[in-house]
Design a protein around this ligand. Structure first.
Ligand code: CTP
Length: 403
């Protein structure tokens, strides 16, 4: 995968308080490696976690924290610094800073700079999962998004205090890659992309269902990458607890039949359909109206019927979009995936090996892309980077198909 480039870009990096502040040190190094000119501004709380001197050494530039620093103001006034920035990046962004930015406060240097700058603003949040999920934070995030701010992450995963969920700071290399992607070409500008993601749940009775281990991360990453590439994106999501990527319209569904209905309703008005959902192949023939009781220690036989193949149905539409499928295989990946490509009449298929050590429920993955007459391997990478590479190929191949 190409190394991200931010050559010559003047980045103002704002660091707010929180344990993730230490990761901003590596971020400075990575931003500089990518060619950016970086100035760091710390909030007062951030300076409690990492010293200004550390950032000064890493950025090779004076680091500022307070509004009332006479010597700093003499060398570059804060309004001048706001004007200097071509991009404002906040990482990590605490719940408090996000709230202050949403309300336009100017009660410290960083918030003042954000208010005074007209540069694009990217925010990489880091906070406890409950603080991120809180309605107040979500409302502030929505406000900032509406004003054009881009949210990078948060990532999903284990946190301190034995909790887990969205709220972790993206890794520094991911932040740099996303920032570079935002600057890059927008090959899907003006195009509409429909993505399905996540598992489906097939109810057995009011409390039980048949599901699968799909986390939805790959499909959500594809939706995010397509939006970054300029597309108008609709995401039909099975039951997952992932945050909706910026600028993406989301339709939540539960069962395969609900997913089919949502996808078929949307497909005709889209240019591309990416079927990343792990659609349940079977559902119980009937859903028991009441909870099934275990009677007398015997077993239970469930009659299952096959679900409709959503992907094949979209590929068979008279006015079909460019159709991309996924194939999760435990063996003979290429043969099985190519057979699927042909059988379902797809334009492209992204195949990966799944098993205990790869594929589902993980942050990284590798993909083999197959299309009629061609193939390309995308090496192991985190799902966001992989999704960007996949979206770039989809943009190329769908443009060729239209030509
Ligand atoms: N798919 C779908 N609707 C289904 C089943 C699968 O749209 N009912 C889509 C998936 O989103 C994915 C692709 O089809 O893009 C996967 O193909 P699938 O037929 O599910 O593969 P397998 O079920 O693994 O097929 P097989 O059992 O033959 O391996």
């Amino acid at each position: 995968m190409n190394r991200p480039s931010l050559a010559g870009m003047r980045v103002l990096l704002g660091v707010s308080g929180g344990i993730a502040a230490y990761k901003a040190c590596e971020l400075v190094r990575r931003l500089r490696d990518a060619g950016a000119d970086v100035r760091v501004v710390l909030t007062e709380n951030a300076a409690r976690f990492v010293t200004p001197l550390t950032f000064q050494a890493l950025s090779g530039q004076p680091v500022r924290s307070g509004l009332w620093d006479d010597s700093a103001e003499a060398s570059m006034g804060h309004l001048e610094l706001a004007h200097w920035a071509q991009h404002v990046l906040i990482a990590p962004a605490s719940a408090d800073l996000i709230a202050r930015l949403a309300h336009g406060l100017a009660d410290d240097l960083l918030a003042t700079l954000c208010l005074a700058s007209t540069a694009p603003l990217s925010i990489a949040p880091a906070m406890n999962v409950r603080m991120w999920a809180h309605a107040a934070t979500q409302a502030n995030v929505a406000t900032l998004r509406q004003r054009g701010a881009t949210f990078l992450g948060p990532a999903d995963g284990p946190m301190a205090e034995n909790e887990s969920g969205p709220g972790r700071l993206l890794e520094p290399h991911q932040i740099v890659a996303e920032l570079a992607a935002l600057q890059g070409p927008r090959p899907l500008a003006g195009k509409r992309v429909l993505v399905s993601a996540g598992p489906t749940f097939e109810d057995i009775d009011p409390v039980r269902f048949i599901g699968n281990r799909s986390s939805g991360r790959m499909g959500f990453a594809v939706a995010e990458a397509a939006a970054q590439a300029g597309a108008e994106v609709t995401l039909v999501a099975g039951p997952v607890s992932l945050a909706t990527p910026a600028g993406v319209a989301r339709v939540d569904v539960r069962s395969a039949r609900q997913m089919r209905e949502a996808v078929l309703a949307q497909a005709p008005r889209h240019d591309v359909f990416v079927s990343a959902a792990a659609v349940g192949d079977f559902r119980p023939e009937a859903v028991a109206p009441q909870k099934l009781k275990k009677s007398g220690g015997g077993g239970l036989e469930l009659a299952l019927v096959q679900n409709p193949d959503i992907l094949a149905e979209v590929a068979a539409l008279p006015q079909r979009p460019f159709v991309v499928g996924f194939a999760a295989e435990t063996e003979n990946v290429e043969d099985y995936a190519r057979a699927k490509l042909e059988r379902k009449k797809l334009d492209l298929i992204a195949a990966n090996r799944v098993g205990a050590d790869c594929g589902f429920e993980r942050d990284d993955n590798a993909l083999l892309l197959l299309w009629p007459g061609g193939r390309e391997e995308l090496a192991q990478a985190d799902k966001r980077a992989l999704a960007r590479a996949l979206v770039a190929r989809i943009a190329e191949r769908s443009a060729q198909a239209r030509a």
